[in-house]
Design a protein around this ligand. Structure first.
Ligand SMILES: Nc1nc2c(ncn2[C@@H]2O[C@H](COP(=O)(O)OP(=O)(O)O)[C@@H](O)[C@H]2O)c(=O)[nH]1
Ligand SMILES: [Mg+2]
Ligand SMILES: [Zn+2]
Length: 294
């Protein structure tokens, strides 16, 4: 790299410009040419040549760790699964599906229970009680009352995150709450990047304290499970794997088998039945797909 070259993260592509942020927090408005134009997406780490006035020429894309489709975004590491404690009441079925989808893509899932200013639905209480001990991060926040947002910022350190969850739970409110804080902290950068809600299909990443990023659009538009082996499914359940050893069969699906450690744990209440029921529902879906593609 020459003196005038830098590495940065593409935050957004807007009317022909790529907005690239370097690790020291500087923002550059970059142009590019040729084939790169169709390839660069938000979340790409790129090399670029610095020009005057915070402008640059994008030169290359660094190898991607991953690429999510619809919306297209590269190098995602985390999924914030947002549910409201009420209004709407949380869907644990959807929660378990989203946890699986995140883990399947090697993304770290974190559960955000928003609207903690409201009285919680009993299902929200269940989530708060069970999922931390099952190995997942659960944060209770209120985007409206700006309660516990600091914990979300901590969580986002060194991460590129997307949101997931039903509509009405407060995903947009959370982004706004986080980026309004940001606006106060870094007026200069924010005014440069332009804050208008535009109607493009390009994802915009918001920088949180300059070392974490969150996308302004939901990360999973498709909730179908990918084609996978039914015997693999339980591997994505950290709360099940401890009981695997007590299954008689090494490839136990914890379904119709006898002498199953997981089912014993469900019977004695260690694994709650809602969690097991959701597992069976997803397992049956995986088995159906397996049949079609065999
Ligand atoms: N009580 C309460 N309402 C909230 C909170 N966060 C968002 N809302 C409200 O929930 C509704 C849906 O929020 P929105 O951000 O559009 O949800 P999204 O569909 O997930 O993006 C709006 O009326 C928000 O004002 C919160 O922390 N507490
Ligand atoms: Mg929204
Ligand atoms: Zn078993």
């Amino acid at each position: 790299m020459t003196d005038h070259q830098s590495v940065g993260l593409v935050l957004k592509n807007y009317s022909g410009f790529y907005y690239v942020q370097t690790v020291d927090g500087q923002l550059y408005e970059c142009k590019t040419r040729g084939k790169l134009k169709e390839q660069v997406v938000s979340g790409d780490w790129v090399t670029f040549t610095r020009l005057d006035d915070g402008r640059g020429i994008l030169e290359g894309i660094q190898p991607r760790k991953n690429l999510l489709y619809r919306p297209k975004i590269a190098n995602v590491t985390m999924v914030l699964i947002v549910m409201a404690v009420d209004k709407p009441s949380p869907s644990i079925t959807l929660l378990d599906r989203l946890l699986l989808l995140a883990s399947l893509q090697q993304l770290t899932p974190c559960i955000i229970l928003n609207k903690c200013d409201l009285d919680p639905d009993p299902k929200a209480v269940l989530i708060n009680e069970y999922y931390p001990q099952a190995g997942f991060t659960v944060l209770s926040i209120s985007a409206r009352q700006r309660h516990n947002l600091e914990s979300v910022r901590q969580l986002l350190k060194e991460q590129i995150a997307v949101l997931a969850g039903p509509s009405g739970v407060g995903k947009t409110s959370l982004i706004n709450a986080l980026s309004n804080d940001q606006l106060l902290k870094t007026q200069e950068v924010s005014s440069k990047i332009g804050r208008g809600r535009h109607t493009t299909r390009h994802v915009e990443l918001f920088a949180i304290d300059n070392n974490g990023w969150i996308a302004d659009t939901p990360g999973f538009s498709v909730l179908d499970l990918p084609i996978m082996k039914s015997t693999q499914l339980a591997n994505y359940y950290p709360d099940f794997t401890v009981f695997n050893q007590e299954c008689r069969f090494a490839d136990c699906l914890h379904y119709r088998e006898k002498d199953c450690g997981v089912k014993t744990a469900v019977d004695n209440g260690t694994i709650p039945s809602f969690r097991y029921k959701n597992y069976i529902q997803l397992l049956e879906e995986v088995i159906e797909k397996e049949k079609c593609y065999r």
